[in-house]
Design a protein around this ligand. Structure first.
Ligand SMILES: *Cc1c(COP(=O)(O)O)cnc(C)c1O
Length: 612
């Protein structure tokens, strides 16, 4: 049975039971049950579910593992963490995160002025705020205001120009002023598609020469005591542990050197993010070669070793893990609208009294195929199809014959797959992309999985039900944008098999998992498809509650956000109807009004419901 690799990627957050994928928590509801509850309120289109208990789990794991390692190595520094807002700034996520993070004094990291405002408004009272990214005077001023508000604020400098501006600001604003961090440019960099943040050619950080100069400047302006942190970030989704260790050795030694140079309050090393998430749903591919236990052990052990060697105090450890904290909390549910080769059923077959001999043979293959001849017949059918298509091109057979050919070959392949079960799967797999089923999903890939579009990053996907039935169709997934890139092609390296469903009788939903990091904010409004309807699933003693529903934007809101004058749009539409010669103008206007207030996704229930 296909478990869609749930044992690889789900970290026990989700389980399969009785053919359904369920949330492995509290009353263990199925995702299907939740989706249906939301759809019962009239929502169609994609749904993004948020699970705060999974944010909680990741935060507990991060702090738990670091604190365990600190204890076991008798490490003298402490562990702190901030969440990098760029990974997910959506209010219903941030609000869960800060509430859950209170017990650990978990803070926020901001990389722009707008993010810093979120941090200043919502950070827990005594929790740290770190400010990275390129800064102008305005952003530096915001940092000073944050410090005045009482937040434990650190401005991390990306270049010497910023330091000059901070020195200026420090003259203007008296204590309390923010702490200063220096971002260091390491030789080491990560590996993978997100590795560009580290390395000597990285966009960020100070070289050794600049570090020396920065320390001189800080001393000269009497700010050296405010220098409390060094920071680095070697890239996101670091798949291997070795680059992390290399970076730590480099950073640890820089820390020790700077401390010896008189940076006496420098007590923190900030490792940035990079902790990876296992996205793979295939046995042969793994996105991460280490566990969180190994990661935390290595960090603590290496920093202890360096501090001991160099005779300096063991630094506090800061991390800014984003992906690791946020990815698992969100699941995207997409309704399947159509299967494109569903017309290939026996019903569609229109055999003539006298068929071309090859078609007759195809029909015989179809009727006599059995487990022992399945592969052979399957090969024969492909061969016949080639010949028949050539005959069509040459004008020897007609369109009806061609249609019968397509149907028969599809039926034979379906049967062959069914009959061979797991045996000759390899041979079938090779050609499965020739007979793939195209599943049309009510969502936008550009909006909801932009990293697939931009970087080819794959996310685990599976149907919400029928998990006790063998999926037989090799599937490619299409979104509803008018763009041929809005497709997840069937790929033999990452094969996806789905069920043969009759959408006129039953519904079918796919869930995309681990979409809580980066995807929402990177999402594009291609074809003006906006953020899907979101709902927070909150568990309590009595089960779960669906909270904070935010419906996908209405068409009018979308146009308003694009700076259209929506009054003008409505007036134009009204005038055009008034001027037209049609009857029932009032009725048309009423329909138009309703449609303008709908969201942009398709409002289709493929299943024919009794009441229409
Ligand atoms: C993006 C970023 C992070 C978060 O990285 P993840 O891989 O998501 O953990 C942390 N720190 C800095 C400076 C970043 O730019």
């Amino acid at each position: 049975m296909n478990d869609y690799g749930i044992h690889i990627w789900s970290n026990d957050d989700f389980i399969i039971e009785k053919g359904l994928v369920k949330i492995n928590h509290a009353s263990k509801p199925s995702l299907l049950e939740i989706a249906q509850k939301i759809r019962a309120t009239g929502i169609r289109g994609p749904i993004l579910l948020r699970f705060p208990h999974l944010i909680n789990k990741q935060i507990d794991t991060l702090f738990g593992q670091f604190n365990r390692a600190i204890k076991s190595f008798d490490y003298k520094g402490r562990f702190h963490a901030v969440f990098p807002l760029k990974v997910n700034q959506f209010p219903n996520f941030v609000s869960s995160l800060t509430t859950i993070g209170k017990k650990y004094n978990y803070g926020l990291e901001a990389g722009s002025k707008a993010e810093l405002i979120i941090a200043m408004a919502y950070n827990n009272q005594n929790a740290p705020i770190t400010v990275n990214g390129f800064k102008d005077k305005g952003m530096i001023t915001l940092g000073f205001i944050a410090a005045k508000m009482g937040y434990d604020t650190t401005l991390t400098i990306e270049g010497l120009g910023e330091l000059h501006n901070i020195i200026e600001a420090a003259k203007e604003y008296k204590d309390p002023i923010p702490n200063i961090g220096l971002r260091i440019r390491l030789h080491s960099s990560g590996i993978g598609i997100w590795a560009k943040s580290g390395g000597i050619n990285s966009k960020f950080g100070l070289t050794s020469t600049e570090l020396l100069e920065a320390v001189e400047l800080l001393k000269k302006h009497d700010l050296i005591d405010k220098f409390t942190m060094i920071h680095f970030h070697i890239g996101s989704q670091i798949s291997q542990i070795n680059p992390v260790k290399k970076a730590l050795r480099e950073a640890g030694n820089i820390y020790a050197e700077l401390k010896k140079m008189g940076a006496k309050n420098l007590n923190n090393i900030n490792l940035g993010g990079g902790l990876a998430v296992e996205y793979s749903q295939h046995e042969h591919i793994h996105n991460r070669n280490y566990t969180i236990t190994e990661f935390t052990n290595d960090v603590v052990f290496l920093l202890k070793e360096i501090a001991t060697q160099k005779g300096v105090q063991e630094p506090n450890i800061f991390t800014e893990s984003g992906r690791f904290i946020a990815a698992s909390h969100a699941v995207l549910i997409t309704p399947v609208l159509e299967l494109f080769s569903q017309e290939y059923t026996e019903k569609g077959l229109r055999l003539k009294k006298n068929n071309p001999p090859l078609i007759q043979e195809l029909y015989d293959l179809y009727k006599t195929i059995n487990p022992s001849n399945a592969i052979e017949y399957f090969h024969d059918s492909l061969d016949h199809m080639e010949s028949l298509l050539t005959l069509f091109d040459l004008g020897y057979i007609d369109l009806q014959d061609r249609s019968n050919t397509e149907i028969l070959v599809h039926l034979i392949i379906k049967k062959a797959i069914e009959l061979t079960k797991d045996k000759d799967r390899f041979e079938l797999k090779k050609i499965q992309d020739r007979v793939q089923e195209r599943y049309l999903l009510n969502f936008s890939l550009f909006q909801s999985l932009p990293d697939f579009w931009g970087l080819g990053q794959r996310f685990p996907v599976m149907p919400l039900d029928r998990l006790d039935q063998r999926p037989t169709r090799s599937a490619s997934l299409w979104d509803i944008t008018c763009d041929s890139d809005g497709e997840i092609d069937f790929n033999v390296d990452y094969p996806l098999f789905l069920h043969d469903v009759d959408l006129s009788k039953e519904e079918y939903f796919l869930g995309f998992f681990l979409v809580g990091a980066y995807q929402e904010i990177l999402g594009m409004k291609h074809n003006l498809f906006t953020h899907p309807t979101e709902v927070t699933v909150h568990f309590d003693e009595n089960g779960y509650k669906l909270e904070n529903m935010v419906e996908s934007q209405s068409i009018l809101d979308i146009l308003y956000d694009m700076d259209y004058d929506i009054n003008e749009i409505q007036a134009n539409l009204k005038q055009l109807i008034a001027q037209s010669r049609c009857k029932e103008k009032e009725k048309l206007l009423e329909i138009l009004r309703m449609l303008l207030h709908d969201n942009n996704y398709l409002k289709i229930s493929p299943k024919k419901e009794n009441n229409g």
